[in-house]
Design a protein around this ligand. Structure first.
Ligand SMILES: [Zn+2]
Length: 141
């Protein structure tokens, strides 16, 4: 998968069950979507860093139609945009592990990479679930 595009390392890492995000060697800015050249400082030197798949729900939506979703997800399912803790606030898309959960903006979540198949092609994604290990005071239920 390496060499497909600027984000090739992201997909290669996800296939190995890891989350890696791109950071500029020139200025330290986290770049996502991945770039060949940093828009902040112009450097061509970008490197990939393993990041904990943890963060907060920035936005979410519930889908009542199966747009080719992974088969283990019943309809309705919830898609989330998560702001990562460890990558300069960059946001990633994924699905919630359970449709029973009532998601909330700001809710803490963690993810595990998944490998599914869609129309005969591998489909890599992040599956998010509530992160109880990092609950702050006053959070939880
Ligand atoms: Zn830079």
């Amino acid at each position: 998968m390496k060499g497909i595009g600027a984000d090739g390392e992201y997909w290669a890492a996800l296939a190995q069950g890891k989350l890696k995000m791109q950071r500029c060697d020139g200025c330290g800015h986290w770049n996502w979507p991945a770039v060949w050249r940093c828009g902040e400082c112009g450097s061509w030197e970008q490197s990939w860093h393993e990041v904990e798949p943890r963060g907060r729900i920035y936005s979410w939506t519930r889908s009542w139609y199966d747009f080719g979703a992974p088969r283990d997800l019943p309809v309705p399912y919830v898609s989330v945009v998560v702001e990562l803790d460890g990558a300069g606030g960059k946001r990633l898309l994924g699905t919630l592990d359970t449709s029973d959960l009532e998601p909330a903006i700001g809710q803490r979540v963690s993810a595990r990479p998944r490998a599914d198949e869609f129309e005969g092609e591998p489909l890599l994604s992040l599956r998010w679930s509530p992160d109880h290990s990092t609950l702050a005071v006053g959070e939880g239920r």
